[in-house]
Design a binder for this molecule. Structure first.
Ligand code: AMP
Length: 510
């Protein structure tokens, strides 16, 4: 099922329900939204694209994202939503890697891409959402709904790989449909009176969870700030009934530690789905006490959106359960339609309580990585997705994640892959070795710390390393500290021992 078909059907049954809002103001109803989508789809087809061509969305959170996304599917193309916070060079890499022929971008990001247009030979059209070409896209006749197959690419989801370069997880229409149905099956109900407020990036989890809300004719609300501002978030909860969110755990923490949160009017708050990184038990308890039983936790990855396991609301309210605390500190149990196992490196199941790699199988699992057969072969084996996460099952089938096997740093809910930063640092002629790790941080979960070993007899200024990072990677990936060392701890195979580095970097405790 193509989600554009879902929209077309919903728009017939719930034509006058609010579909899209900016802040506190409704922009259009479902009839208007579906009509706009069909016209934009016509405009995209007129650009000369062929079935399955990729259209990139390089956008800050804005209403245009939603009409463009559904128009791409309506026209039979594949969307490539790109994280707006990345560096323009990273945007360029994703645009070229995906072979996107059209890029729709919000004004500032479009200007940044225009400045490096020479690095984008595959791109035929770069359209700013405030420009006349974008306006012209929607000015023609509505296009008919394209025929798509369940396995056709719908959303090319770029996750950063441990090899340092982002990889495109190919999500098909079947994958997205399975995610949508799972929301109703295991996460929450959605009614036409409900709203989803997109305070987290729509190129990722919040956008994916926008789909079940459109499928049930709920109101899609984009904050005017385009992001997460606590005061604005609280005002939007007051304004819109049945409000749901997808939050990174750090956003939950920021919300519950906001001044006057205990006096906020939260009557409209329906659900906060959180996931993407661990959340401390104390924070979960505090959130439950302040917000009421509104939490749902999910554990998933871009390769298996949005969930592999989850904790629905009824587990959070089952306070008399003898293992209540262990349960709400876990990542929950498998979603209804996915098989989940914890295995050793040969794929044999581990006994209860023993750690192993989490693998899963089902319609949720991606088709593979875009143009990357080696990475696909390593992640997808005999139909199982190897997640790279280490976890344990308890006797009741609740999964607890132990560690991230690939040393991923999660800062502010966003994954940062050390290798990517290390590779940039190693470009400095005075740097012999570099190792990047995460250090616990009270607000962000983790912060990036770099250990740098200069060539013998040389030194390197922190400012130079910082400038190098600013020039090549997104600001949020740049190390917050550079520690110059004479040597790096290594094991017998010459591999750098990051566990030792984490201890060295740990904040001093009295
Ligand atoms: P991404 O593909 O960017 O969504 O990142 C997925 C990774 O985030 C997973 O492989 C896990 O390592 C981590 N993750 C996702 N959800 C959770 C969760 N609920 N608790 C702990 N870690 C999580």
């Amino acid at each position: 099922m193509n989600q554009a078909t879902v929209l077309a059907q919903v728009a017939r049954s719930f034509a006058d329900r609010p579909a899209l809002s900016l802040g506190t103001e409704p922009l259009c109803d479902y009839a208007g939204f579906a009509d706009r989508v069909a016209r934009l789809a016509g405009g995209l087809r007129d650009l000369g694209l062929r079935d399955g061509d990729r259209v990139a969305l390089v956008m800050k959170n804005c209403p245009a994202f939603w009409e463009s996304l559904y128009a791409i599917w309506h026209a039979g193309f594949a969307a490539v939503p790109v994280n707006a916070k990345l560096h323009p060079k990273e945007h360029a890499f994703i645009l070229e890697n995906s072979g996107s022929r059209v890029c729709l971008a919000t004004p500032e990001l479009a200007a940044a891409l225009a400045a490096i247009r020479g690095e984008l030979p595959s791109l035929n059209h770069l359209l700013a959402t405030d420009g006349p070409d974008y306006a012209a896209l929607g000015a023609g006749k509505p296009a008919p709904l394209a025929e798509t197959r369940p396995t056709d690419l719908a959303w090319l989801f770029y996750t950063s790989g441990t090899t340092g370069r982002p990889k495109g997880a190919m999500l098909s229409h079947r994958n997205l449909n399975s995610m949508v149905m799972n929301y109703f099956g295991d996460v929450d109900t959605v009614l036409p009176d409900d709203s989803i407020v997109h305070a987290a990036p729509m190129s990722h989890g919040s956008g994916l969870y926008g789909l079940p809300h459109v499928a049930k004719a709920a109101n899609t609300v984009v904050p005017v700030s385009g992001g997460f501002d606590v005061a604005e978030t609280l005002a939007l909860i007051e304004r819109w009934p049945g409000t749901s969110f997808f939050f990174a755990p750090t956003m939950v923490t920021r919300l519950i530690t906001a001044p006057n949160i205990d006096r906020a009017d939260l009557a409209n708050l329906k659900t906060i789905v959180y996931g993407g990184a661990p959340m401390y038990l104390e924070d979960v308890k505090r959130a439950l006490a302040l917000l009421g039983p509104k939490l749902v936790q999910i554990y998933g990855q871009g390769e298996a959106p949005m969930t592999i396991t989850g904790l629905p609301k009824h587990i959070f309210t089952d306070t008399d359960h003898p293992r209540y605390e262990a349960r709400i500190g876990s990542t929950g149990f498998p979603r209804t339609d996915v098989e989940v196992r914890v295995v050793d490196e040969r794929g044999a199941e581990m006994p209860v309580g023993e750690p192993g790699e989490v693998i899963c199988r089902g319609d949720v699992v991606m088709e593979g990585y875009w143009n990357n057969p080696e990475a696909t072969a390593s992640a997808l084996r005999d139909g199982w997705l190897w997640t790279g996460d280490v976890g344990t099952f308890d006797a009741d089938g609740f999964l607890t994640l132990k560690d991230r096997s690939k040393d991923v740093i999660i800062s502010g809910g966003t994954n940062i892959y050390p290798r990517e930063v290390e590779e940039v640092l190693l470009r400095h002629p005075a740097v012999l070795e570099a190792a990047v790790i995460g250090r616990a941080h009270p607000d962000w979960g983790e912060e990036v710390v770099a250990f740098v070993r200069p060539h013998p007899g040389r030194t390197v200024a922190q400012e130079e390393l910082d400038a190098l990072c600013l020039d090549n990677i997104a600001r949020f990936k740049r190390p917050k500290a550079y520690l110059l060392v004479d040597d790096l701890p290594k094991n017998n195979y010459g591999k750098i021992l990051k566990t030792e580095l984490r201890k060295l970097a740990a904040p001093a405790t009295d």
